[in-house]
Design a protein around this ligand. Structure first.
Ligand SMILES: [Zn+2]
Length: 357
């Protein structure tokens, strides 16, 4: 019996290909002293190379998204505004800088997401991770916000929708609410957007009552959480709300807005998640995709501003995508202790009632 089992394992491992998008152009959008700088991605690449994880992944070639692709989400006036701002290195909003390399980085981030999504949908790879920047989930159709220029995932989904009739679930575990992604899909019943985020916090959106509009009513699930939310409570939230909502939706593909700024060490964050907990979330989403849609899941790098933590957490997400569970956590649990929210049970009951879960 043993050899048969061995063969089976080898066969299934061989089938489990994880792809990634990366381009040195992403390093050319940078500003010294700004938390969203190229050091983030350099730190991730170093960790993936040192742990020999990168060589196990399939590199996917990305293209710079042309205006027609960007315009599936953004107005042409805004795209032109970005192009001009990048030429003169002018800021797009108080938080979002540009420099000479920004336009190329931003269009390659969006195009990379498009290519990675296509590679997953046409089964060239089972799943994948977009190691891209600038991030995207705050970017609105006509406005840059919160370090984000183009809404990469939204563009990836829109282009995929032109080719395939698909149901898409987006789970955003970045500590910030993805106001841009919500705005793009709030009236689209074929896209479920679920966000767990700190509240009140930047950008101020993501209240529980924002549940979608028109035909998309009910397809937005916001889970605003108090500052210092930790591992125990977020696991309860994911098990009680996120998992049943995604299961009920029966997506054809999943996206993870992979923000690691909910880690307790993050300089911009206010949550107390450990790296073990963030790895648990990644693993849970990969398993959900395995169960519901033949493993089709795309992670897109979002926040995470402690570069050491970010590198470890992204490597853990890659392990999860590869079907492994040998996660690292050199930072341990939050020194703030294991606090739990006494009102969590009633809050979850309220959310479950609101979304008929
Ligand atoms: Zn964030």
């Amino acid at each position: 019996m043993t050899p048969v089992l061995k063969n089976f394992q080898l066969k299934s491992k061989k089938k489990r290909k994880t792809g990634y998008i990366y381009d040195t152009a992403f390093l050319k959008h940078t500003r010294i002293g700004h938390p969203e700088n190229s050091g983030r991605l350099k730190s991730i690449c170093k960790q993936l190379e040192n742990s020999s994880l990168l060589e196990r992944l399939v590199p996917i070639e990305g293209h710079p998204a042309p205006v027609e692709e960007l315009a599936t989400v953004h107005t042409e006036a805004y795209i032109e505004k970005v192009r001009r701002a990048c030429r003169s290195s002018s800021p797009l909003d108080p938080d979002t800088y540009t420099c000479h390399g920004s336009y190329d980085a931003a269009v390659r981030a969006a195009g990379g997401l498009v290519d990675l999504t296509q590679a997953v949908l046409n089964r060239r790879i089972r799943n994948g991770i977009a190691l891209i920047r600038p991030p995207g989930h705050h970017a609105l159709p006509d406005r840059a916000m919160g370090f984000c220029i183009f809404n990469n995932i939204a563009i990836g989904v829109k282009i995929a929708q032109q080719k395939y009739k698909i149901r898409t679930a987006i789970v955003d575990f970045d500590i910030h609410h993805g106001n841009g992604t919500q705005a793009v899909f709030e009236s689209d019943p074929s896209v479920l957007y679920i966000s767990s985020h700190a509240y009140p916090f930047y950008p101020g959106t993501g209240a529980i009552e924002q549940t979608g509009s028109g035909k998309g009513e009910g397809s937005i699930i916001n889970i605003p959480l108090p500052h210092r939310t930790g591992d125990t409570d977020i696991k309860t939230v994911y098990n009680s709300i996120v998992v049943p909502a995604v299961r009920r939706f029966e997506p054809d593909i999943l996206f993870a807005v992979a923000g690691y700024d909910a880690h307790w060490r993050d300089p911009l964050g206010v949550f107390d998640f450990s790296s073990t907990c963030l790895a648990w979330i990644s693993s849970l989403l990969v398993e959900l995709a395995d169960d519901l849609c033949s493993g089709k899941i795309v992670f897109a790098l979002s926040g995470g501003y402690d570069t050491q933590v970010l590198a470890v957490d992204v490597a853990n997400s890659v392990q999860a995508l590869c079907g492994n569970k040998n996660f690292e956590d050199p930072f341990g649990p939050s020194p703030n202790g294991k606090k739990t929210n006494k009102k969590l049970d009633s809050y979850i009951a309220e959310l479950r009632t609101l979304h008929r879960l």
